[in-house]
Design a protein around this ligand. Structure first.
Ligand code: CO
Length: 226
């Protein structure tokens, strides 16, 4: 079998890119000049790498307005230098006001954990989702409907990542020096394109235990906050 020639595979993307840059300049001739000077986003998005969950499109923001970190299953792992660097930079240099952790229904990482499949390196990464499952095993094990089980773990996983975020030194220090910073746990529904709140936003450390308890209550009752 001869190997498929893919050397020119990016051609349509370059065409798209040129057309996009032209369109942007047509609506706002100073757009790129302005962005080249500096970025001043007010938001940090921590989401899944899933191609169906693109940050800017979902929240309708142009380049320059949302700082983004994505990984498989939208995890905030306290030993992950990549994520820690993004969070620290967002808080201390960009001074974002909001960090949103965005889970999504139908997450492949979450499904892999529930299926019991074990993949090499990704198995280590997904161990963090496994721990979320372990924490909530009693209630999760009582769910009979497979789809519902996946949905709940997607929600719980996003919520627990907000808990992790709350405990990061860069977040704690920001709150200590009274820098305005609010954390949000959200879930994106790939079936209707809508983002929903999983919990009330959290903006100071004394809230934590109470915040997590009430967030879990709303997840299990199926009533997300307005
Ligand atoms: Co995912």
């Amino acid at each position: 079998m001869s190997k498929k020639d893919t050397s020119d595979g990016l051609r349509p993307l370059f065409e798209n890119n040129r057309a996009w840059a032209k369109r942007m300049l047509k609506t706002d001739p100073a757009f790129f000049d302005r962005l080249a000077q500096q970025q001043a986003p007010r938001y940090l998005w921590i989401g899944c790498s899933d191609s169906r969950v693109p940050a800017n499109q979902i929240i309708g923001l142009p380049p320059g307005e949302v700082f983004v970190h994505r990984n498989v299953a939208n995890l905030v792992v306290p030993t992950d230098l990549n994520c820690l660097t993004v969070v620290e930079y967002a808080i201390e240099v960009l001074r974002v006001e909001h960090i949103m952790v965005v889970g999504h229904y139908g997450c492949g990482g979450v499904q892999t954990v529930l299926s019991g499949q074990r993949l090499g390196l990704s198995g280590h990464w997904l161990h963090h989702v496994e721990m979320v499952r372990h924490t909530h095993a009693k209630q999760l094990d009582a769910i009979e409907q497979p789809q519902q089980l996946v949905d709940r773990l997607c929600e719980l996983n996003a919520l627990e990542q907000v808990s992790q975020l709350c405990r990061l030194p860069s977040v704690m220090n920001a709150w200590k020096r009274e820098q305005a910073l609010t954390l949000h746990g959200l879930i994106y529904d790939i079936h209707d394109g809508l983002l929903r709140k999983l919990a009330n936003p959290v903006s100071s450390p004394p809230d934590l235990a109470r915040w997590r308890k009430s967030a879990l209550k709303s997840i299990w009752s199926g009533k997300s906050p307005r």
